[in-house]
Design a protein around this ligand. Structure first.
Ligand code: HEC
Ligand code: HEC
Ligand code: HEC
Length: 415
């Protein structure tokens, strides 16, 4: 018995030593590098591709690369990332030769965006998206845009805002579970826009609706999304703008807990304006996809109708608003409750709308209220939702006072 124990302690000791050596190795090695086989590729830059690529970049890249100070894709601090993975900064992806990606070849860009492996072999963990399902044509459009003279990507020498510091956990995961995605062996075509279900599935995959809306990021099947646990059944835990947990919604056609009873129009409003059929605003990180065209959203709807139903009642957020809070705090809570920040950002400058000019454009509160209630009467086709009947009467005062604090001081801002 004693002998056995002694043996066991040797074995344990060896394991501990091995683990320590492995830990040291991971710490020194950091995120692994990989050998790769860069495709030879020249993307022909047509105006159509540049325009389509710009739209795709708005949908897929700007959220993480657009810097509000430079108004260009010069990189930013990724604040939403859980701290357990580290402190992460995105990069300058303008065509500046030193600070940006001006020296990358089209093939290197394509390989990186498909697999996550940089030209120097460095692999980038999940904090940088990979695009395994995007069609060749759409990917080439993004590359054509990145190479264009658009102000968003014109060479900018802005240095990185900080250096990415992955935690030990991130490095360890990058050795064990996070791996480069395979480079596709076959061409990937864009499905025809007239095949509603196939096109909707393509958008659901490529716009990444599926990863947030399935059960858990940890059980994602990236290459075959439909095989993911709880596919589209919601319940995945995310972080809202206040860094509190929020759960993704069930988008399967289940009548009680999914969107089985939603009409196509209900769905379009929710996705493009961020408003549910019951008038409740959708909260961060469900950003309204104002860039999407109606027939794209209805294609997603058509596809979601075909997904297996999952009965899963997801807990919805209730944003508490304390009427007793000091006036400015009350207004800020209302701004959060109505999720104005999904489009206007926490401080008034968002991906979709900018509030800095609100005092100049709407010097009186009557004018400001009329705009918020129904902007479409003043500007048909605007992406600003109609709030009439949704914002409570007594909420306008404190909400507008708060909006005015986010705007530049106006000449005659009525308070
Ligand atoms: C979820 C946030 C996120 C999104 C979305 C995103 N990126 Fe990134 N990207 C990053 C981060 C973070 C890095 C830096 C990674 C690092 O250094 O570890 C990065 C790095 C890169 C790099 C490498 C630059 C270099 O010099 O190493 C390129 C190129 C790039 N991104 C292009 C894109 C394009 C094109 C899109 C849209 C299709 C996109 N990114 C979408 C976060 C994102
Ligand atoms: C970053 C994660 C994320 C992505 C990506 C995402 N969603 Fe969401 N979505 C959420 C969260 C979280 C909610 C719940 C928000 C709330 O309760 O206020 C939600 C809610 C919704 C709702 C409302 C459903 C209901 O019952 O209220 C719809 C519709 C929706 N998303 C559609 C989509 C579509 C379509 C896409 C892709 C174009 C998409 N989402 C991409 C996180 C995401
Ligand atoms: C779905 C995205 C979205 C949401 C959510 C949203 N807005 Fe807007 N908002 C916009 C857009 C886009 C504009 C610019 C409109 C235009 O010029 O067509 C805008 C413009 C405005 C303006 C005018 C700014 C100016 O300088 O003229 C105000 C004020 C405003 N929004 C207030 C709000 C408030 C308050 C909320 C929350 C109750 C809100 N918005 C929610 C998209 C949104």
């Amino acid at each position: 018995m004693k002998k056995l124990l002694k043996r066991a302690s040797y074995v344990l000791g060896a394991i501990v030593a091995l683990a320590a050596a492995l830990a040291l190795y991971i710490e020194i090695d950091g995120i692994p590098t990989y050998a790769h086989d860069t495709p030879v590729l020249t993307v022909v830059r047509t105006p159509e591709r540049v325009a389509r690529g710009k739209r795709l970049s708005t949908l897929l890249c700007n959220e993480c690369h657009l810097n509000n100070e430079t108004h260009a894709l010069t990189g930013k601090h990724i604040e939403e990332l859980p701290a357990e993975f580290g402190d992460v900064y995105s990069k300058n992806i303008t065509s500046h030769p030193e600070m940006g990606i001006g020296k990358w070849t089209d093939g290197e860009l394509e390989y990186f965006l498909r697999t996550g492996v940089r030209p120097d072999g460095q692999y980038v963990p999940p904090w940088m998206v990979k695009l395994p399902h995007l069609s060749d044509e759409d990917l080439h459009s993004i590359i054509a845009f990145l190479r264009s003279d658009d102000a968003l990507v014109a060479p900018s020498a802005t240095p990185p805002l900080g250096k990415t510091k992955p935690t030990f956990l991130a490095k360890a995961l990058a050795h064990a579970v996070f791996r480069p995605l395979p480079y596709p062996k076959e061409p990937i075509p864009t499905p025809s826009r007239t095949d509603r279900v196939a096109y909707g599935k393509y958008l659901t995959f490529t716009l990444d609706c599926w990863s947030c809306h399935s059960a858990d990021f940890k059980s994602m099947n990236v290459m075959e999304p439909e095989k993911t646990l709880g596919y589209m059944g919601g319940g995945n835990t995310l972080m809202d703008a206040e860094k509190k947990p929020i759960f993704s919604a069930n988008l399967t056609p289940d009548d009680e807990t999914g969107i089985g009873r939603w009409s196509e129009a209900d769905f379009v409003r929710a996705v493009t304006k961020g408003l549910r059929p019951d008038g409740r605003p959708l909260h961060y990180p469900m950003l309204p996809k104002t860039e999407l065209e109606e027939d794209e959203v209805t294609a997603i709807y058509a596809y979601l109708r075909t997904v297996p139903k999952i009965h899963n009642a997801v807990k919805r957020p209730s944003i508490e608003v304390a009427a007793t809070a000091p006036a400015n705090e009350h207004g800020k809570q209302l701004y959060q409750k109505y999720a104005c920040g999904s489009c206007h950002g926490a401080n008034g400058v968002g991906l979709v709308g900018d509030l800095r000019g609100a005092n100049e454009h709407f010097p009186t509160d009557d004018g400001l209220r009329a705009w918020i209630e129904d902007a479409s009467t003043q500007k048909p086709g605007t992406k600003m939702p109609t709030w009439k009947g949704i914002i409570r009467d007594e909420d306008y005062g404190p909400l507008m006072a708060y909006v005015r604090t986010l705007a530049r001081p106006g000449k005659s801002a009525a308070r």
